[in-house]
Design a protein around this ligand. Structure first.
Ligand code: SF4
Length: 226
């Protein structure tokens, strides 16, 4: 029986790129854990990353092209799948023109250039990504309101942290799992939590401002003496 090998790799279940050590036995990843030497994640992983073997080996995972027929889903070959898709593209292009086609992708996992090139060859400029709905709106809003995209500096021992309607230990953007916040908090930062909901963080807060929902703007104006 093969020994368990530990392979250093990277999680790509989000943009984060947390360092991972995969435990592999008989060619199968049986467990993953955070890589303590990762300069990005310092040994931490989120629950999604830790559950990745469930995704990889789930019995319902679609591993082959499938076609919906009158009798349900049936497995087809890659050649048939590609021919079917190409034919559909051709039909729309011939009838309405290439610009009638909008192509969309999920969050980028290093295939954006292929995606753009595909649209370019197809002849449509109509491409949409998750970034158009998520990242661009975030950047647009922060540029408009703050003049730049603010980054939180937890690494330089902040003396006070304000958590306004967020709980980074529960929900957070890529890679950021609240670990750096937690280190800063444990290093003595005062914590102000602005949130109508009672949570783990409100219990830790030095000051909990329990706003009525919808009154955040009034508080912000008040803080700025507007
Ligand atoms: S935050 Fe989670 S999903 Fe994202 S790279 Fe890290 S472990 Fe993977």
């Amino acid at each position: 029986m093969e020994e368990i090998r530990k392979i250093r790799t990277v999680c790509r279940s989000c943009h984060g790129g947390c360092g991972v050590i995969a435990h592999v036995k008989n060619g199968k990843a049986i467990k993953v854990e955070g890589d303590p030497d990762s300069p990005i994640s310092h040994g931490t992983m989120c629950s999604k990353g830790l559950a990745i073997t469930q995704l990889a080996y789930h019995p319902d995972r679609v591993l082959h092209p499938m076609k919906k027929t009158g009798k349900g889903w049936e497995r087809i070959s890659w050649d048939e799948a590609l021919d079917t898709v190409a034919e559909k593209f051709k039909q729309v292009k011939d009838q309405f023109g290439a610009e009638a086609i909008v192509i969309g992708q999920g969050t980028g996992r290093d295939f954006e250039s292929h995606f753009s090139r595909f649209g370019n060859l197809l002849g449509t400029p109509n491409m949409i990504t998750a970034g158009h709905m998520c990242y661009l709106s975030r950047i647009g809003a922060t540029l408009t309101t703050c003049g730049r995209h603010p980054a939180i500096d937890y690494e330089n021992n902040p003396r006070c942290i304000v958590m306004w309607a967020c709980n980074p230990l529960w929900t957070n953007p890529d890679e950021y799992k609240g670990a750096s916040f937690w280190r800063a908090y444990q290093n003595g930062a005062k914590l102000i939590v602005i949130d109508p909901r009672k949570s783990f963080l409100t219990k830790k807060a030095d000051l909990w401002l329990q706003l009525r929902p919808g009154t955040d703007a009034a508080l912000a104006m008040g803080l700025h003496h507007v």
